[in-house]
Design a protein around this ligand. Structure first.
Ligand SMILES: N[C@@H](CCC(=O)N[C@@H](CS)C(=O)NCC(=O)O)C(=O)O
Length: 252
């Protein structure tokens, strides 16, 4: 099997790559890292991905990192049976600009509610020394962890993240309206749709889908991406936080 994906079931960045591999019917071996146990900071993994984050793709011995870069790479080397990059260079540029926006706004903002609502009990259970050592070992997100602390991000940071996410839903709505939909760039699904998908799924999983209830175009987009054949194998059991964390499940 030429592809090995180092990833984590619940990792939003990993879900982008799994979706593309599944859609292109590229078989891959999956190595699952336990991110809360710190597998991503082990020397063998840091040698592959010095940022100490997932995903990392190994293709025939070559290493490709960063989910946006990986999905572009896969689309270049395997343009069939489905292709997620428009042919027209202007449309390509538009897709890439949207992907930059997605990485900067929703993909980054979603970490705040994710850590506060899902992961915090794990960190709250650590001693201060354990927590500081864990934060210290993060090459990319040390300051993010320290800003969160063992008590979580303050309400003002949560509100700011939610406001940025709301602007992302509105931006999606505008793009779908401009392009004629149902996808961000029009009639064909593109890497931009796949890039934003995990943030939307995550917010729905955290019970925050009321935030786009007044945006029917986004609702239709969400239904359409969930109906794609690649969606179910991407979100295999254990990929949602509500499946992993008992405290997120509503008492029934
Ligand atoms: N820009 C990177 C970000 C990767 C990233 O933040 N991955 C998260 C999971 S979605 C991670 O590995 N977090 C572990 C950590 O921060 O220690 C990408 O898109 O691949």
């Amino acid at each position: 099997m030429p592809f090995t994906l180092y990833n984590a079931p619940q990792s939003t960045c990993s879900q982008r790559v799994r979706f593309v591999l599944n859609a292109k019917k590229l078989p891959f071996a999956e190595i699952k890292l336990d991110l809360l146990a710190g597998d991503q900071f082990k020397p063998d993994y840091l040698a592959l991905n010095p940022n100490g984050v997932v995903p990392t793709l190994r293709h025939d011995g070559a290493i490709v990192t960063d989910s946006s870069v990986i999905i572009e790479y896969l689309d270049e080397i395997a343009p069939s049976p489905v292709n997620f990059t428009p042919r027209d260079p202007i449309a390509r540029a538009k897709m890439r600009a949207l992907m930059r926006f997605i990485d900067e706004v929703p993909a980054a903002s979603v970490r705040v509610p994710t850590y506060n609502l899902a992961f915090l009990p794990r960190f709250a259970a650590m001693s201060e020394e354990e927590f500081l050592a864990f934060a210290e070992s993060k090459p990319l997100r040390k300051e993010f962890m320290l800003a969160m602390g063992r008590n979580g991000f303050p309400q003002k940071d949560m509100a700011a993240a939610m406001a940025r996410l709301r602007r992302a839903y509105e931006r999606m709505d505008t793009e779908i309206e401009k392009s004629g939909g149902p996808w961000l760039l029009g009639s064909d699904i593109s890497l931009a749709d796949i890039a934003v998908m995990p943030a939307i799924v995550r917010m729905a999983d955290l019970g925050q889908d009321t935030a786009w209830q007044d945006l029917p175009r986004v609702q239709r987009w969400y239904a359409a991406i969930r109906a794609c054949p690649a969606f179910a194998p991407t979100y295999y059991p254990g990929s949602l936080l509500t499946e992993q964390f008992q405290h997120l499940r509503k008492a029934s």
